[in-house]
Design a protein around this ligand. Structure first.
Ligand code: FES
Ligand SMILES: [Fe+2]
Length: 409
């Protein structure tokens, strides 16, 4: 992000912090509870946003060098993503052309050849069928026509995009809706993958998204966790087409006032949270990035899974390895006293936030909301003026499905 923009956003946040102000959506809106429960809507979402929409499956660091692969099965089409020998990112349907067996189980690793576990057909990372078992017995085949089914794939701004429909257009710039240069400036491609986890939930995928759409709940729901380290009720918010940028400060942000502006870094004193339509939340700081990919379980409106991948900068990893700084881990993550200017967040600290805040608090609360919606006794929920990301997220997916915008109240 350009330094001038960083300073401008930080000044806005400092002003709002000082005056008890927040971003104001200008109105409240009403969200029908049925958006979380209706099977017909869930079916349309699954088709429109997942089976037939480009997907961000990771960052460049998920495939750090030629020979690396990533197999996943989150949005209806089993995907085998690879970095081939020339370094090119490619994606295939993860299925053998003989009788459709899964070629590689979900996960990641390195391979120069993919051998089908059923009868042993072998494929190159370019997707070509390299050879089959017992060719004389099997009979003649044209290997050139029986490579893996390739999917449109693009690596852009350090993000890995796949379209699950073979031959579909993949217009990455238009998907990023004006955020392209800003995302490129974060050097996402240089981040090293450090680990991942999956959270399965009994709630609609949009409720999982909703937990990322306001900090109004920090002082209450997160009073024992993230409220110790981040400021609730203070944010900046900007829309970029179907996407948005939502920035909220750490507790340490006020210390910026003692530093010259030239040394202000937004990624050192806030969390910059990008929402990328339809299901991505990307949390960026100077030292690490967390990618949240949120999926419905097919067309079931009551089940979802969040795939969470963590990436650290080389500098952060070197700092952790050097051992001469205070390490923030699972034991002291919510202790602000441990966060002197020299402290450095570890993977264990990050996982503790995911577990104690997102899984145990946000998602538990959202699962209860799912049950409320299912009961039909509370027909509508309200999004306040201080919950602008929720207005935008819901109105965006509604517009994409030709539904009217949320009613103002
Ligand atoms: S299904 Fe793959 S070799 Fe038979
Ligand atoms: Fe939360």
């Amino acid at each position: 992000m350009e330094q001038a923009l960083q300073i401008s956003l930080l000044k806005t946040l400092l002003h709002r912090l000082e005056h008890g102000e927040n971003h104001d959506a200008g109105c409240q809106v009403v969200n029908p509870a049925t958006v979380y429960t209706a099977p017909d809507l869930a079916q349309r979402e699954w088709q429109t946003f997942f089976l037939d929409h480009p997907q961000i499956i990771g960052l460049s660091g998920d495939l750090p060098a030629p020979g690396h692969y990533l197999a996943l099965e989150d949005f209806g089409v089993p995907i085998l993503a690879v970095r081939d020998e020339s370094g090119r990112f490619r994606a295939f349907v993860n299925a053998c052309r003989h009788r459709g067996s899964q070629l590689v189980p979900p996960g990641r690793g390195t391979a120069t050849r993919f051998v089908c576990p059923f009868h042993g057909w072998m494929y190159r990372a370019t997707g070509e069928l390299a050879g089959i078992t017992e060719p004389a017995q099997f009979g003649a085949i044209d290997r050139t026509c029986l490579g893996l089914v390739e999917l449109p794939a693009a690596e852009h701004c350090g993000l890995l995009f796949v379209h699950p429909q073979p031959g579909a257009a993949l217009e990455v710039s238009s998907l990023l809706g004006g955020l392209e240069a800003e995302l490129a400036s974060w050097d996402l491609g240089r981040q090293r993958f450090t680990g991942q986890n999956e959270v399965k939930t009994r709630m609609n995928w949009k409720l999982a998204n909703d937990t990322f759409g306001e900090t109004y709940h920090f002082k209450r729901l997160h009073r024992d966790t993230v409220d110790h380290i981040a400021e609730g009720d203070v944010a900046t918010y900007h829309i970029f087409g179907r996407n948005h940028r939502f920035v909220f400060p750490t507790k340490a942000m006020a210390k910026l006032r003692t530093k010259p502006e030239a040394r202000w870094r937004i990624g050192g004193s806030t969390t910059v949270l990008y929402y990328l339509f339809p299901n991505i939340q990307l949390a960026v700081t100077d030292r690490q990035i967390t990618l949240f990919r949120i999926y419905p379980e097919g067309a079931d409106p009551t089940r979802s899974a969040t795939q969470i991948s963590h990436y650290f900068t080389e500098e952060a990893l070197a700092g952790l390895a050097a051992g001469n700084k205070t390490i923030i881990d699972h034991r002291n993550i919510y202790d602000p006293a441990a966060r002197d200017g020299n402290a450095i967040l570890s993977f264990e600290g990050l996982m503790e936030i995911i577990n104690s805040t997102l899984e145990q608090q946000d998602y538990r609360m959202a699962e209860a909301t799912q049950r409320t919606a299912a009961s039909g006794r509370i027909p509508e929920f309200i999004f306040g003026r201080n919950e602008a990301p929720l207005h935008h997220f819901h109105n965006t997916f509604r517009a994409a499905l030709d539904l009217p915008p949320l009613r103002q109240r």
